[in-house]
Structures are given as C-alpha cells and as structure tokens.
Design a protein around this ligand. Structure first.
Ligand code: SF4
Length: 457
C-alpha cells in the first residue's frame, strides 16, 4: 500500500493559510446545506424515500435500464451501451467523427473524467471545451477537478485572475469575481457559438419516460446542447430511476445537499432530439456491475453526486481534493476508488476519521463510514497494508491481549507525554496536529482501585 493520501495531505497542509481558507470555504457550503435541509420539515422522510427508491432500482437495475432504452428509442433517442471507459470513448468519438465535429461544448460530467474522454478526443483532433465555469478554470490550468460539484474550489480568486490573464488575455491583477465571471462568459459564448456538438452528463434517467434530466446552475448544459444539432449524453448505469414522480424527491434533495439552494437554477428534461438533430445516450458500466454484486458496497451506487459528504468531511476539508488518488475525492471517492483498484487506492479508506458525518448528511443515506471501515478490513485481509502499519497493529494486538504489558505501556505513554516526546517520530504524526491534554498522574485503573471502585456501597 502506498501512503499517497498522507503524503499529499502533508503537502497541502504545509500552506497553513491556504489550507485554513479551503476548510472555511467548504464549511460555509456545509452550513448552507444544513440551513437548506432544516427548511424542509419532511427532510428525513425525503432521505428515506430516496434511499428506498435507489435500493429498489438497484435490485432490478437491468429491468429499469431496458425499460429506459425502449422508451428512449421510441422517442427517437439513440441508446448505446459501453462496457468500459474505452468503449464509451470509442462510441462518442465515432458519433462525432461521423458528423465531422471539430469543436465540442461539454458540460460537467464526472463520468467523462472517469473515462478519460477529453484526452481521447483531443488526440483525434477534436477540441473539447468544458463549459462549466469551474471545469473551464481547471481545464485552462491543466488540472483535474478537485471537487465533484465545485471543481475549482481549491483556487482563490487571485489565482483565477492570474490564470485568465495568461490564458484568456484579461488585464493583469483582476480578482473581482464578477469581472472574472464576465470574462469567462464572453470567452465561453464564442466557444458555444462555434461548437458543432454538445456533450453532457446525466443526473437522472427516467425509465418510465425514456427521458434524461441534466441539472446545472449556469445553464451551460442547455446552451451547449441546444445550439448544435448533435447532443451526446454519457450516463452511468446507476443513474436510472423508475418513475417521473421520483424525480421531485431527488431534485429537492440534490439542490439543498449540493449548495444549500432550494432549487437548482436549471433542471432540463431531454425527451427527444432537436428537430433534424441527434440525441445519443451512452450508458456506461465501467465496473459498476461488479460493485452491484458486492453486498457491503452496492449502496455506494445510489450516489447522486451532490458533494455533501466532501463538504462535511473534516479530512477532505483539511487535505484538499488532490490528496486523493482517485478522481472522485472525499468519502464517496474513498469507497469507490479502492473497489476499482485496491492497491492504487489502498490509502483512501484510511483517510477518514470515521466520525460518520458523511453518512449523516448523505441525501440517499449511504452508510459511508461503515463502508470505509469494511474496506479497511478488506485491505488488511488482502495484505496490502504497508509493513509498518501491519507491524504496529500486530504489536498493538499483542499488548492489548496482555494486561501487564498494557498497563506498562500506559505508564510509558504518560511519561512520554509529560516529557513532550510523544510528538516526535512517525508515531507523533497524530499528536503534532493536536493540543494534547495534560498526562494524568495515574491510570483510570489505579484511580478506580484507589477510590474503592467495584466495592458495594
Ligand atoms: S455519497 Fe451521498 S453525500 Fe456523498 S456525493 Fe454521493 S449522494 Fe452526496
């Protein structure tokens, strides 16, 4: 196992003011989410309903996907199936090449990030323009998103001003968000007008109607897909929901959980291609069926990508999105990543305090911290923990099974704390980040004995 997360987190926290700013910015969004949730008296009932609908859908996933395909096809939508990212990219590439597309306007889609669509199309001479503001910022910077809803949350406005100056030719030293947004709007408008196809993700696909729903706050998915004649929408198999009336539950939960808004600014329903145009939906598996077959983890497929678990996670807020080896950071990424590649992402289930805050805020009630704990056990049993951690756990296990040793180690630990030595060495990583309490003079057991503990009054 590598110590990817710990090393990256250490680098992130070295810039103390920036790390503090990141933590504060995310906490602001978390507080907005709390206010949004508190404004809905039936919030917990909505969560229960959403969780139930997702569990039911996952139990009959193939049926609902086929129902979606039938209804979508009868509306004139062309449905494609992709086993993995490579097949997804090939299908999208062929659609675009057949139409001679050279410039594509793309709205935010973590699935296309997962499949590596941008580099694939760029290698074929197709310019792909991310049109979500945050996505465009990270695309111009040559970076991946650091958050699934706010991809450029790690960048301060001064950094964005400097980036726009270099890449878009704006005046030097700009940092006013309104001015920067206007500059981006002008730049993107030209790209929208020049695009010959639009790509989008899919927030929900409704089996009953064969329609897809795309949610944004900037309207970029609408602009990018309604101007050109070709729209290609990429969706993971888990995005299907049974009925149109289920949508209201998810949309109410999604907006408030993501940003604290009562409603997302644009919720667009696509039921058919534009007149004379083409609408393609590419349904992608890419490992999801395997997760579906793994009972302790299948609920992770219920995720509606609201980002609430990231915003609340004390580890994510203080270590930043780039500390995570998987493209989806935070608690949900730490569950999904190791299931794709347990060796490459073995550090992620340990990047958690297991405080359970992620599970508490999750609008679809994914038991994230228990899944993380179960993954730790899997990783331990697969022997991919580093030898230092394995040794430490074996020593701890031995000490805990021998009371004499346990008492002696308590005495040693208290002496080290009093002498301030507990902060040194690899074992001091935890202690260095905290204000430690004063070491007590005696252990609880000694105190218990002295006070006559256990005797009848
Ligand atoms: S796991 Fe839950 S809280 Fe986290 S992004 Fe998914 S739906 Fe939102």
């Amino acid at each position: 196992m590598n110590s990817f997360h710990a090393e990256r987190a250490a680098a992130f926290t070295r810039d103390v003011p920036h790390a503090h700013w990141h933590d504060t910015a995310l906490w602001f969004v978390r507080v907005k989410r709390d206010r949004g949730a508190a404004s809905v008296p039936e919030w917990e009932r909505l969560r229960d309903a959403a969780s139930g609908i997702k569990a039911h859908t996952l139990s009959r996933l193939a049926d609902y996907l086929e129902e979606f395909e039938r209804n979508a096809a009868s509306n004139g939508i062309q449905v494609h199936w992709a086993r993995d990212g490579a097949e997804h990219n090939r299908i999208v590439g062929e659609i675009l090449e057949r139409r001679g597309v050279k410039v594509v306007a793309k709205s935010k889609s973590m699935l296309t990030e997962e499949c590596g669509l941008n580099p694939y199309l760029e290698a074929r001479g197709i310019e792909i323009v991310d049109t979500d503001l945050g996505e465009r910022i990270v695309q111009l910077a040559g970076e991946p998103p650091s958050h699934i809803v706010m991809p450029a949350i790690h960048k301060k406005k001064e950094e964005i001003g400097e980036l726009f100056h270099r890449k878009l030719g704006t005046a030097a030293g700009l940092s006013d968000p309104k001015v920067l947004t206007e500059a981006a709007r002008q730049h993107l408008r030209r790209k929208f007008l020049g695009a010959q196809a639009g790509l989008s993700g899919v927030n929900f696909a409704v089996a009953e109607t064969g329609g897809i729903v795309v949610v944004t706050n900037e309207g970029n998915a609408d602009m990018g897909t309604s101007l050109p004649p070709v729209h290609v929408a990429s969706m993971g198999v888990e995005k299907v929901i049974p009925r149109v009336r289920d949508l209201g539950i998810f949309l109410r939960l999604l907006a408030r959980s993501a940003t604290g808004q009562p409603v997302s600014t644009y919720t667009t329903h696509f039921h058919a291609p534009l007149r004379g145009g083409e609408l393609h939906v590419v349904i992608v598996d890419n490992g999801r069926s395997q997760i579906l077959g793994r009972e302790p983890f299948r609920r992770s497929l219920s995720c509606i990508r609201c980002g609430a678990c990231l915003n609340t996670c004390p580890v994510y807020r203080r270590s930043g999105g780039y500390s995570y080896s998987y493209l989806i950071p935070g608690p949900i990424g730490s569950v999904l990543g190791p299931q794709r590649d347990p060796v490459a992402h073995a550090s992620l289930p340990f990047a958690s305090s297991l405080c359970g805050s992620c599970s508490d805020v999750c609008p679809v009630k994914i038991d994230l911290h228990h899944e993380l704990l179960a993954l730790r056990e899997e990783i331990r049993s697969q022997n991919i923990l580093p030898w230092s951690k394995r040794l430490a756990m074996q020593v701890a296990s031995f000490v805990l099974r021998h009371p004499v040793l346990y008492r002696a180690s308590g005495r040693v630990a208290r002496s080290l704390m009093r002498a301030g030595l507990v902060r040194f060495g690899p074992a001091g990583a935890w202690a260095r980040q905290r204000e430690l309490p004063e070491a007590p003079k005696e252990s609880f057991r000694e105190l218990w004995k002295r006070e006559g503990g256990g005797r009848e009054a």
